[in-house]
Design a binder for this molecule. Structure first.
Ligand SMILES: NC(=O)c1ccc[n+]([C@@H]2O[C@H](COP(=O)([O-])OP(=O)(O)OC[C@H]3O[C@@H](n4cnc5c(N)ncnc54)[C@H](OP(=O)(O)O)[C@@H]3O)[C@@H](O)[C@H]2O)c1
Length: 252
């Protein structure tokens, strides 16, 4: 059976690495991107160079109309979507709670939570056996921040990822009998464009690494491998789980 994987936020970091690795495992790939045209084209070119099939579709995953269009365009180009990875996300503006700004929080939740939920809605409308679909697999990229409230200054981000985990559990129980497996993957600190600016600061990096039992940050390749396992039949009895890919969690 052909496998079509849609990845939101697929032009960089964890999403891009998941796309590259998935293509070598027989998935046809649609990556969504918002601003990164050149990076999206590069991911597609890398996949095609190895004989894989990929397309890149622009869309803002904080906008419902773009989400609906993304699913329609993916299906039109590649056929039924069998797998979905929701990787698009933002770490927002870091700061103390007494500095919170309603518009900033609203934007953060629009992408990290509401957009992700609407992507799950679109997937469910297509994958659920109740809706005439043939089932499917979804991985929501959450964060270890959901477990402890995040590092200092990240409480809003942590709350958004806590919402992802709670939604994933509820959706998984609803969808399990309808052929859809949904899980969330919680990376710890991973070197990507989201974190590289802060990790360039040697003192900051040392303090982060001292708090990770394995003593180092992760790579997007390591996170992609965990995502691919959750997408695969090797995790066929796992639904509603939160998988931590975090070098052992935090020692704080
Ligand atoms: N890196 C870490 O340490 C870490 C740890 C835990 C969890 N995570 C989660 O992992 C996921 C991937 O992040 P990453 O580390 O791979 O960082 P990244 O390279 O910055 O990837 C995030 C991607 O999401 C896209 N995105 C953001 N808002 C979007 C929107 N409204 N519509 C469509 N795309 C949007 C970004 O594209 P634009 O720049 O064009 O918007 C970017 O390509 C995120 O959900 C993040 O919260 C990361």
């Amino acid at each position: 059976m052909s496998k079509t994987l849609l990845i939101t936020g697929g032009a960089s970091g964890i999403g891009a690495e998941t796309a590259r690795q998935a293509a070598t495992r027989g998935y046809d790939i649609a990556i969504n991107y918002r601003t990164r045209d050149a990076q999206a084209k590069q991911v597609v070119a890398d996949i095609e160079a190895k004989g894989g099939k990929a397309i890149a579709l622009r869309g803002d995953m904080a906008r419902e109309a773009d989400i609906v269009r993304l699913f329609e365009e993916t299906e039109k180009a590649l056929g039924p979507i069998t797998h979905l990875v929701n990787s698009a996300g933002s770490n927002g503006k870091r700061g103390r709670v007494d500095e919170l700004d309603a518009a900033v929080i609203s934007d953060l939740f629009a992408i990290n939570v509401i957009g992700l939920m609407l992507c799950c809605r679109e997937a469910s409308r297509r994958m659920s056996t109740k809706n005439g679909g043939k089932g499917g697999v979804i991985v929501n990229v959450s964060s270890m921040a959901a477990t402890l409230g995040g590092r200092l200054g990240s409480s809003a981000y942590a709350a958004s990822k806590g919402a992802v985990d709670a939604f994933t559990k509820g959706f998984a129980r609803e969808a399990a009998a309808e052929g859809i497996r949904v899980n969330s993957l919680r990376p710890g600190m991973v070197l990507t464009e989201m974190t590289e600016g802060r990790l360039k600061d040697a003192a900051f990096r040392a303090s982060i690494e001292a708090s990770i039992p394995m003593g180092r940050v992760g790579t997007s390749a390591e996170i992609a491998q965990a995502v691919l396992w959750l997408l695969s039949d090797e995790s066929s009895f796992i639904a509603g789980a939160m998988l931590d890919a975090s070098g052992g969690g935090y020692m704080i």
